[in-house]
Design a protein around this ligand. Sequence first.
Ligand SMILES: C[S@@+](CC[C@H](N)C(=O)[O-])C[C@H]1O[C@@H](n2cnc3c(N)ncnc32)[C@H](O)[C@@H]1O
Length: 173
Amino acid sequence: MKSLNILFDDVEEQSNSLAAIGPRLQPVKSFSVFDHPICLAHPLRLTASTWLTHIPFGMALIDILQPGVLVELGTFSGVSYSAFCQAVKELRLGTRCYAIDTWEGDAHGGYYGSEVLADLRQHHDLLYGDFSELIQSSFNDALNRFENGSIDLLHIDGLHTYVGRTEGTIRQL
Ligand SMILES: C[S@@+](CC[C@H](N)C(=O)[O-])C[C@H]1O[C@@H](n2cnc3c(N)ncnc32)[C@H](O)[C@@H]1O
């Protein structure tokens, strides 16, 4: 099984070569919402989350990067993840999406019950089930599902201390 560090090392290798990734990651000198109108879309998933104000940015990011594979670590009620999926669907991209979470909570944000995942499934499965998967797992246990270098966009929104423990590698992203 791959360790998280190996996964991040892959990402580091890729980010060391901007040319290999392509012009989409070149510095953006100006940004116009008219170039990425998806960021003005009405979000279909609005539940309590600190991510609500980032939704337009998240949707624009999908349009700019057009990732082949998107993985989110830490999904909770799915505000960020559903925004990504909504953008993928409305932009008619071929992106495969994966959300990884124990859906149990953590020491930072608190613990919760099975109703959170059940509610998200009701929203998600019908709208996005043909290109997206909700994987109920710890981050580490889910890693062996992904080939090295196969993730184009990794959104890390898990336990802050967990992110802190891996900050050396995350900084290289
Ligand atoms: C801050 S919330 C995610 C918020 C979400 N992105 C949103 O848009 O509202 C963090 C989530 O990470 C999950 N989590 C934390 N550590 C984890 C781990 N090691 N493995 C799997 N899930 C984890 C928790 O269950 C929690 O649901």
